[in-house]
Design a protein around this ligand. Structure first.
Ligand SMILES: [Zn+2]
Length: 128
């Protein structure tokens, strides 16, 4: 039997789309940064911060950690109250991006690709 990767990708995307909605807020370096890496303090795009934040709302499978999951023990990165998120591979995520889920913000601590290359598993650490 031949497993069609595209079919699996689409199926996973379909399953994930039925579950939760999250927002990924990615920082993008602003065009005002000069060759010394200094942002223009009068920049209207970023208010002198040196980066702009681009938010994208996507569908994902979100699992809130309660503290007894194996992943918590294995990685030592996530704690109870943090989240594990599965995101279709068509989205782009980076470490330290901020995920907003149920009005709570989480910082991305790790990103892993599943064996078939169909989705990212992302660990989000709860932040204030
Ligand atoms: Zn700027």
């Amino acid at each position: 039997m031949i497993i069609d990767k595209t079919y699996i990708k689409n199926s996973v995307a379909e399953v994930l789309s039925a579950i939760n909605s999250i927002s990924i807020n990615a920082k993008t370096a602003c065009t005002c940064i000069d060759s010394y890496g200094i942002a223009d303090p009068t920049c209207e795009l970023c208010d002198g911060l040196g980066y702009t934040i681009r938010g994208t709302t996507i569908s994902a499978d979100v699992q809130e950690l309660r503290g007894d999951e194996r992943i918590v023990v294995d990685s030592g990165i996530l704690n109870a109250g943090d989240i594990l998120v599965r995101i279709p591979i068509s989205n782009s995520v980076e470490l330290n991006d901020i995920i907003t889920y149920n009005s709570q913000n989480y910082q991305i601590k790790y990103i892993k690709i599943d064996q078939l290359g169909t989705y990212y598993e992302v660990g989000g650490h709860k932040i204030a």
